[in-house]
Design a protein around this ligand. Sequence first.
Ligand SMILES: [Cu+2]
Length: 510
Amino acid sequence: MVFVRKSVWAAGGDFTDPILYWYAKGVGVLKQRAIDDPTSWRFLAAIHGINTQQWQQYGYLTNGEQLPQQSVQDTYWNQCQHQTWYFLPWHRGYLVSLEMIVRDAIIKADGPADWALPYWNYSDTAQPNALELPSAFASQTMPDGSPNPLFVEQRYGDNTVPIKLPAQDVTLNNLLIPNFTGVATGGSSGFGGIKTVFSHYGEVNGGLESKPHNIVHVDIGGRNPVGLMSDPDTAGLDPIFWLHHANIDRLWEVWLRRDPSHSNPIESAWLDGPLDRGFIVPLTSVQDWKFTPKDVLQTSSPNLNYEYDDLSDPLEGATRIAQRLRRLGSSLNLDSVSFSNMDNQQSVELLGANSVKLDLTGRTVSTQVRLDNAMMRKIERSFTTFEASESSIQEPDRIFLNIENIRSAKDGAVIDVYINLPSGADPANHPDLYAGSIAFFGVRKASLSDQPHGGRGVTEVLDITHIIDALYLSKGLEVPNLQVQFFSRDELTPDDNVTVERVSVYRQGQ
Ligand SMILES: [Cu+2]
């Protein structure tokens, strides 16, 4: 039997859905287990990440409680892969572990033997409630009046009840990214992330990881105070975590199917990696599973054994290049044009950078990136030569804004980034100048200098090609600089210590 993961909305998102009713029951059983039991709720959450101080503060750990032996902690805990091309395969194995352990608990409680983890498709525009936290997670009690194991007090969201995600945060443009693997510096960070070793905290966010993954985390967890879902060291404690990640896992499958040119990496460094520390999760209290990305490529394979009820393409076959050429008024017959997606063979060059480290205290900060004149002429040429012929088409250069080495003492912030907004203008009135958003999920830990990563913080790469296209069409590229504006969704204090080492702009092309 292949288990079918269904939409949380398939039966309304409340406890009349047996999948959610039994998920709550199963989570309740796991929550009763001691933290040194590998099938307990807290052991499983600690595999993602644990900070004992935060756990105590939130009541998930009592002072002096017996933790597993250090060697067990070193093997299993603090494994989650972020800012890396292992982000998707690691989380896939992690979900399988949780799903098997919860199913086992459900079956032992006489629940359905075919139970599978549901997913939360917040981007489903056909579903009127898609953006709302499903009510089974929002109510404090079960139908019989007992406490609801799916309810979490530490979800602060945007202070609306129930939590509702901003629609702009769950758009799926990143499904248009052609390559799985990004380039390490300056250019596209790929759909799946950049090549790294074992990366509990890395540096550059990949496309799907950035959005919708990171931003949905902090939209649910909130920031004042920082809720469970906003920090990777507490996120796995929230039962909604698993439905969010099932959706991210589903979007990986959607991406692979929606365009025949989309594919997973074939390098052994990915398939058999990481070599410096392997992935391992429990399947039962006595059985482990060591896995590599190669082991999790087919969801229907015997060790994974699941499929999704819906893998349809939310973008209905749209491709990034066709969208772009249409935007540029191309007269080419797009159906007869073929493009190669060899991002990794393209060159990446710096166009310019700002000159000062930024302190993002407050709500609005702006900086100027001076652009290299010769580089801009080069980009201009890439626009004027691409129309040459349908058989030898070259896409004009793509342009990427890099927000480098973002550091913060706290997770949970969301900063919207705009380019060349007229001074005093309301960003809401200029969606065409929106570059993207940075959501702080894992930035706190990536900023600590005692971590393997050395406290370099996180780098966000935003594709601003659409803004450069518009500049080209309106007044040409005779621009000496770009104004980059940061709008934090809430006030950042000096204690938050949010800084950006450098803001830079790169071209990627032939
Ligand atoms: Cu996550």
